[in-house]
Ligand binder design. Structure first.
Ligand code: FES
Length: 161
């Protein structure tokens, strides 16, 4: 989140707050990683250190858990998330061409962040709105029955926000 990148002290303080405020009876490395990701939307290096210290384990122990789960991300996400669906209904209705268009307009290859970190593009196997296919979503808001022109407008708006 470009506007929300914290300095190191604030980051550590935010991480420690997330770890300490867990409402579970058993706090584990995994629950702490989840708490940090829920709060910051990624796992910074500082979180690995703070979780190791809090859980009284080694940094390697924390890394081995963090790297096992593909849902953890280790870089800050973009300010906005664009989910592009390549599931069966969307695929049949021309999603691939639209995804290529989104890649071109955002200058992103595959999944990832735009160079200005304003947008994170993610693939989805179904956004649950197949009747509206092809579908994209911006921060979980759906846009269906897309064509190239609509994708262009959508991404123009996204870039200006
Ligand atoms: S396959 Fe794209 S919304 Fe279901």
């Amino acid at each position: 989140m470009t506007d929300n990148i914290l300095d190191s002290d604030s980051l550590r303080s935010s991480i420690n707050e997330s770890i300490s405020n867990q409402k579970r009876s058993t706090v584990t490395v995994l629950s702490s990683l989840l708490a940090v990701q829920d709060s910051l939307h990624y796992i910074p290096d500082e979180a690995i250190e703070e979780i190791a210290s809090f859980c009284k384990v080694t940094i390697n122990d924390v890394w081995s858990v963090a790297s096992f789960y593909t849902n953890f991300r280790f870089t800050p996400p973009g300010d906005k998330t664009l989910d592009v669906c390549w599931g069966p209904s969307c695929h049949i209705n021309g999603a691939q061409k639209l995804i290529t268009k989104a890649h071109d307009l955002l200058d992103i290859e595959g999944e990832g962040e735009s160079s200005d970190n304003k947008v994170t593009l993610r693939y989805s196997t179904c956004l649950g709105a197949c009747a509206q296919s092809p579908v994209f979503a911006i921060d979980h808001k759906m846009f269906g029955k897309l064509d190239e022109g609509k994708v262009e407008t959508l991404i123009d708006t996204l870039k200006k926000e």
